[in-house]
Design a protein around this ligand. Structure first.
Ligand SMILES: Cc1ncc(COP(=O)(O)O)c(C=O)c1O
Length: 441
């Protein structure tokens, strides 16, 4: 197939007539709980663009929520998937195993931080992997309680909803939630009192874990090293290492949920490397397989092997096509120097966004690492969140053919997650559109 032209092209209004027609069908066929950010139907995607069914070519600053980190339809992924589909599509790894699954586990064991002996298990989605990480921590420690943090997002299954902080839209009306889940305060430098540095924020969290839960009851602490849906919150230096140290001293399993921040997104294989921590268990999904559904839990051998045979798994977990895609994606990240590319994208985005911040004090904070950058919007001359402005800027960008997502507990964060395959011209054009959208709002 011909390579997609890397240009923003608007042939119709957004959405165009064909998308409007398909949206009408969607509304009468698909449950309304399944929302859409943009009412635009995709026809093809690659590099830094998504082409819609009306022939509009949109700049992609979202990567399908941090999934197509290496770009859509990456040639190595396409070839690996094609080859595998021709051989076989499923046997169930728990019935007759296959090499691709083992190879992905070997890569995960090698790529994740720490040189201790490790094992991995594969699943289908981030939420499923999160649930399995908690199962593993519980069976290994013979304890039950789990601590998650303010602003956390861990998925939409029952235990994952319990771990997630934000009510609307993730939890509202869906309870009761899984028991034995407790919440601790996180480190949110922009919104913390200036006196709360990383170590003090950790002491605040440890106080809750110690006094309100009790280390003897606590199986695991789960945290996103850079929080995703909660607002791309980068904790202050010293926060994560202090929490890890406390966990280690108290036989509490430290789980890093790197579903959004992992797999080259932040300019390192895993975001926890930026903070010098080594998690006991690490949860991966999203960017791991170039767009195919695959997730994993990787961690210390003695923890991973604590579950009895048959206790972990699932019909599709580690599907052979998804594993082939993951092997292609890993190869692309390594061969195409994508960790460095993420760092270059960080420099481009931060330079421009900091300049914009200097000219417009509705930009309260600019933060993030690699190609995971956030702009937190607030009311003029205050730090009060401005979700209406955020929505307006995103809507204007969408109408101009730029896919940009929002997030944050207060709905006031623009999040930028371009594929690492995007070119500099397109990235800068996307930022131009965002800048003029903010000026116009
Ligand atoms: C940090 C984090 N954990 C878990 C999940 C859930 O992943 P999935 O949607 O694949 O179930 C997400 C999804 O956005 C996430 O960002």
């Amino acid at each position: 197939m011909a390579e997609l032209e890397q240009r923003r092209v608007l042939r119709t209004a957004i959405p165009g007539p064909r998308s409007i027609e398909l949206m009408t069908r969607k509304l009468s066929a698909v449950a309304s709980g399944v929302g859409t950010t943009m009412p635009v139907f995709a026809a093809q995607a690659g590099g830094g663009v998504v082409v819609d069914v009306d022939g509009n070519s949109l700049i992609d600053l979202g990567s399908g929520i941090a999934v197509t980190t290496i770009g859509n339809a990456d040639p190595r992924v396409v070839a690996a998937v094609r080859d595998q589909v021709e051989l076989f599509t499923h046997t169930c790894f728990m019935i007759t195993p296959y090499e691709g699954y083992v190879a992905v586990a070997e890569h995960l064991n090698e790529l994740t931080p720490g040189d201790h002996a490790k094992r991995s298990a594969l699943f289908n989605s981030g939420a499923e992997a999160v649930e399995n990480a908690i199962k593993i921590a519980r069976v290994a420690t013979k304890k039950q309680a789990v601590v998650a943090f303010d602003h956390a997002y861990h998925g939409r299954t029952n235990l994952a909803m319990a771990l997630t902080a934000k009510n609307m839209p993730y939890k509202h009306g869906f309870g009761p939630f899984a028991p034995e889940v407790y919440r601790a305060p996180t480190s949110y430098p922009y919104r913390d009192d200036k006196l709360v540095d990383g170590e003090r924020a950790a002491a605040r969290a440890i106080e809750v874990m110690d006094k309100q839960v009790g280390a003897d009851n606590l199986a695991a602490v789960i945290i996103e090293p850079i929080q995703g849906e909660g607002g791309f919150i980068v904790p202050a230096d010293g926060f994560l290492p202090a929490v890890v140290d406390w966990c280690r001293a108290n036989n509490v399993v430290f789980i890093a949920d790197e579903v959004q921040s992992g797999f080259a997104r932040t300019g390192a294989w895993f975001a926890c490397e930026h903070f010098g921590i080594v998690p006991d268990l690490i949860v991966t999904a999203k960017g791991i397989a170039g767009g195919l559904p695959l997730a994993g839990v990787t961690g210390r051998q003695e923890l991973m092997d604590a579950a009895h045979p048959g206790g972990l798994g699932g019909t599709y977990g580690g599907n052979p096509v998804a594993c082939a895609a993951a092997l292609g994606a890993i190869e692309t990240i390594k061969s195409d120097g994508l960790l460095q590319r993420a760092r270059d994208i960080e420099r481009t985005m931060l330079t421009r966004l900091h300049r914009m911040q200097g000219e417009d004090n509705r930009i309260g904070d600019v933060r993030g690492k690699g190609a995971m950058i956030a702009v937190e919007l607030v009311h003029r001359d205050s730090s009060d969140p401005d979700p209406a402005l955020t929505k307006a800027v995103a809507a204007t960008a969408h109408a101009q053919g730029v896919i940009v997502l929002t997030c944050g507990t207060f709905g006031n964060v623009l999040r930028l997650l371009p594929p690492l395959a995007i070119g500099d011209d397109l990235l800068n054009e996307g930022l131009d559109v965002l800048e003029s959208a903010l000026r116009a709002s």
